[in-house]
Structure formats: structure tokens, C-alpha cells
Design a protein around this ligand. Structure first.
Ligand SMILES: Nc1ncnc2c1ncn2[C@@H]1O[C@H](COP(=O)(O)OP(=O)(O)OP(=O)(O)O)[C@@H](O)[C@H]1O
Length: 456
């Protein structure tokens, strides 16, 4: 039995009766009615899946005009209704016209029950998949909203930021490849999203891929996908991130971290605009807008041959260099006020302002972690604050923190310096203990001992 509700509209009682008797055994529910004028009420009261609609109602009419009128009416209520027209033999031209107007199928009267069932059954499958697609579209759009909710608008009035925003608005609609350079936490992802949001792809996917997190093994399967059986764990076919981003924007973050062999693989995809899933030979076309970002000096790396010059040419049609926060003057205060408001409302506090001393401290600090660090500092300060102001104590900017930009105060203790060096090396290598240890000239075990000792 089909899980569908069928509405039959025909002015002939005999037809209604025989259709009802037959379909009652085949589908979940059958509703019949003699006049199409009842359509509005019936559609609003019942969840109808399939409508069987006669073409003629007035006595003697045979041109099917009424049927076409009601067909259009039903589809104007919801274009996804599945309408099957019933027409007499010899009126096939009329049926073709109806299909052009959006009917799903037609059936000739008098029908054979088998033929009617086959028509209803394929209509029901169509209806189910339309419903599924609608549901998925809803999920997709709400996920999309959730994803975008996390993104901030670009806050900033400094000349460099205004200039960057100006360039961004020019570049965004063009589909040009954009490379965003800047220290950690300067807002590269925010800018990438803003480009997407101002492009004609804004209602499509924005796919963020952290290349730094993909090792050699994962790179191809994540980015290009794989076919079932391509490797032991490949239990089913899986599209890669490029395919999933088709029609939208792909944002490849930390591109400077790619090894030379992986750079070659990426370059070939960008050149051909096709991907081949692991374990397959079929080339699949992908239409994506490419944005890349890194905190590494790609131009210098290209000069030293650690980054492919040809790949750099591909990705840097337009280059945006985001200034460090310490170079943005009073934007520091603008951003601090912005985060103060965001977190005051998040933590249900009524914090009005940053005291003068706090403003001074914020302007003096060097912000090695840039906007991300400022955001964290303000979040913690809002949580710690007891009154209507944020005080210097709430900020918890320790002397070592002031010193992080290589300006060491004379009175700094040896132990503090050691802690700072360890922290810097770990930050620089994004928590990669082996690399941090190598830079400090320590063994991994010795570095772990220090991490424990300093509570890092
Ligand atoms: N101009 C800005 N206005 C408002 N918020 C910002 C701005 N720039 C950055 N942020 C916020 O700061 C945080 C860090 O930004 P983002 O993740 O874009 O930096 P990033 O340069 O991509 O960092 P990383 O190099 O570590 O990946 C985010 O929470 C972001 O919302």
C-alpha cells in the first residue's frame, strides 16, 4: 500500500466511485469531490499528495479549458503538488499542453486499473522525493544560518581596514581567486566570509577547510572524496569538500602549511577545475570560487622554492594583507567596545564602558594574538567584572603578556622568560610539540616537563 493521500476531482459519480473502490486498496487515503470549486478547502484541510483532476466539468464541454484553469490554480497554491489529469481518448494534445503547464502525468479514460496504479505509484515516488528535497533544503538553510551566525561583521575604521573593505567590495562579485595574508587572529576568515557574502554565490555553500589539520593521508580523501573500497575504511562512496562546495566558495585556510607534493595535487585540481575521487578514474567538474589564507610569507617561500610559484600565481589573483591589530590604532578600542557589548549581552551583564585606564592598557598592549586574543580578553573581563565598568584587574593583562612582542622588561625573571619562550614556540607551531621542541633545542620529554611546570 502506498503511503499517499489521493484527491480525485470529477463530476461523474461513476468514475469517482470506481476510482475510489480501486484506489482504497492501494493507497493510505482517498478523498473524492465532484466540483473543483472545493479544491481550496480540501487542500487547506488535508495533506494531499496526488490530485487526479478531470479536464471538463460543464455539461457538453470537451476542450479541457477548465482542467487547465484548475491545474494552474492548484500549482499557484503550491508548485510542488503532483497533479495527474484525466482525459478522454483523442485528447492527447491537450494532455501534452497540460504537462507543459506543470501537470505530472495524464491518464486516458476509461483506464485500466493496472495502468492507473502504475501512474499513481510513480507519482507517489515523485511526491516523496520532492518532500524529501524540501525537507533537506530546510535543514540546509537552517544549518547555513547557524554557520553564518558565528561570523562577525567586520568592525574597523582604520584607514587600512577601510581600504581593504573597499577592495573587498570590488573583488567579491568577480569570482577572482583571493589570497588573504595576515598574522593569526587578524580576521582572515571573517574577510573570506565577507567576500562570499557579497558575491553571487552568497546563498550557496561556504566551505571552510583547514589545510593545516589535514595530513598527507587525509588530504586527498577529504578534498577530492573517494569511491567505496578505495581503502580499507571506505565503506561507501563519499564526495570530497570540493564537490560539496560546488556552486559556492571554498576557503582553504593555512595554505602555507601544504607540503610540496600536496601543493602539486592542489594545483592540478585548480588548473583543470575537475576532481577525481580516490579509487575512481572519472573526472568530475567542480565550479567553486577559491579563497585561500595563510599567516606564512608565501612570496618569500616561493622565492625559496618551499611554495610553488605556479600555485601562488593561481591563488593570488587578488591579495589582501590584513594588518596586525597593534597597527590599527584606535580600532583596538572600537573592537574592544564591540566585544564588550557582545559578551555583556551573552552573560546577562550591564557593563557600560571601559575605564580610561583600561583603554590605555589596551592601546599599549601589543596583541600578538590579534583580534582573537582581544576577543578572549574581553570575554574573560566581562565574566570577571562586578560593576558597570571593566577595570584593569578584569583584563588580566600580566606583565609577561605586555612583553610578548619581543620587548622584554628589564626586571623579567629568568623563569618568566623561559615560560614565555616555551609559550611562543608552542603558539608558533600551533601546538605541534615536536616542532616547538626542535626550535627550542629541547627533547619532546623536556618540553613536556616545562609545559607541566609552567601550567601552559
Ligand atoms: N574586524 C573584525 N571585526 C569583528 N570581529 C573580528 C574582526 N576580525 C576578527 N574578528 C573576530 O576575531 C576572531 C578571529 O578571527 P578569524 O578567525 O577570522 O582570524 P584568522 O586570521 O582567520 O585566524 P587564524 O589565522 O588563526 O585562522 C573571530 O572570532 C572573528 O569573529
Amino acid at each position: 500500500m502506498l503511503d499517499a493521500t489521493v484527491l480525485i476531482i470529477d463530476d461523474d459519480d461513476d468514475i469517482l466511485l470506481s476510482a475510489r473502490l480501486f484506489l482504497k486498496q492501494q493507497v493510505k487515503q482517498v478523498i473524492t469531490c465532484k466540483s473543483p470549486k472545493e479544491i481550496n478547502v480540501l487542500l487547506s484541510k488535508n495533506e494531499i499528495d496526488i490530485i487526479l483532476l478531470d479536464m471538463n466539468y460543464q455539461k457538453g464541454a470537451s476542450d479541457g479549458r477548465e482542467g487547465l484553469y484548475w491545474l494552474e490554480h492548484i500549482l499557484s497554491i503550491d508548485k510542488d503538488y503532483v497533479v495527474i489529469l484525466m482525459t478522454a481518448f483523442g485528447h492527447v494534445e491537450l494532455a501534452v499542453k497540460a504537462i507543459k503547464k506543470g501537470a505530472t502525468d495524464f491518464i486516458l479514460k476509461p483506464w485500466e486499473n493496472e495502468k492507473l496504479f502504475a501512474t499513481i505509484s510513480s507519482a507517489s515516488k515523485l511526491r516523496e522525493s520532492t518532500k524529501k528535497v524540501k525537507k533537506l533544503e530546510k535543514i540546509h538553510s537552517s544549518l547555513q544560518k547557524d554557520l553564518t551566525r558565528g561570523f562577525e561583521n567586520i568592525v574597523g575604521q582604520a584607514n587600512e581596514i577601510k581600504q581593504l573593505q573597499h577592495t573587498l567590495l570590488k573583488v567579491a562579485p568577480t569570482d577572482a581567486n583571493v589570497l588573504i595574508l595576515g598574522e593569526n587572529g587578524t580576521g582572515k576568515q571573517v574577510f573570506a566570509y565577507e567576500i562570499h557574502g557579497n558575491s553571487h554565490r552568497k546563498n550557496q555553500v561556504f566551505m571552510h577547510v583547514d589545510l593545516g589539520a589535514l595530513n598527507e593521508n587525509l588530504f586527498e580523501s577529504e578534498l577530492f572524496g573517494y569511491a567505496k573500497g578505495a581503502f580499507t575504511d571506505a565503506k561507501e562512496d563519499k564526495p570530497g569538500r570540493f564537490e560539496l562546495a560546488d556552486g559556492g566558495t571554498i576557503f582553504l585556510d593555512e595554505i602555507g602549511n601544504l607540503t610540496l607534493p600536496l601543493q602539486a595535487k592542489l594545483l592540478s585540481v585548480l588548473q583543470n577545475r575537475t576532481v577525481t575521487r580516490l579509487g575512481e578514474s572519472k573526472e568530475r567538474r567542480v565550479n567553486v570560487r577559491l579563497i585561500t589564507a595563510t599567516n606564512m610569507p608565501l612570496n618569500e617561500m616561493a622565492a625559496k622554492n618551499t611554495f610553488r610559484q605556479d600555485l601562488l600565481f593561481r591563488i593570488n589573483t587578488v591579495e589582501l594583507l590584513l594588518p596586525a591589530l597593534r597597527q590599527r590604532g584606535t580600532d583596538i578600542l572600537l573592537l574592544a567596545n564591540h566585544f564588550m557589548q557582545v559578551f555583556s549581552s551573552k552573560y546577562h551583564k550591564n557593563i557600560q564602558k571601559l575605564s580610561n585606564k583600561v583603554q590605555e592598557a589596551l592601546l599599549q598592549y601589543k596583541w600578538p594574538g590579534n583580534v582573537r586574543e582581544l576577543q578572549h580578553v574581553l570575554e574573560r573581563a566581562v565574566i570577571m567584572s562586578d560593576g558597570a565598568d571593566i577595570t584593569e584587574d578584569d583584563l588580566q593583562l600580566s606583565p609577561q603578556r605586555y612583553a610578548q612582542n619581543n620587548t622584554l622588561p628589564d626586571e623579567m625573571a629568568l623563569e618568566d622568560m623561559e615560560k614565555m619562550m616555551v609559550q611562543k614556540a608552542i603558539d608558533k607551531h600551533k601546538g605541534n610539540i615536536s616542532k616547538a621542541a626542535a626550535e627550542l633545542g629541547l627533547t619532546r620529554a623536556a618540553l613536556y616537563r616545562r609545559i607541566e611546570k609552567f601550567g601552559i
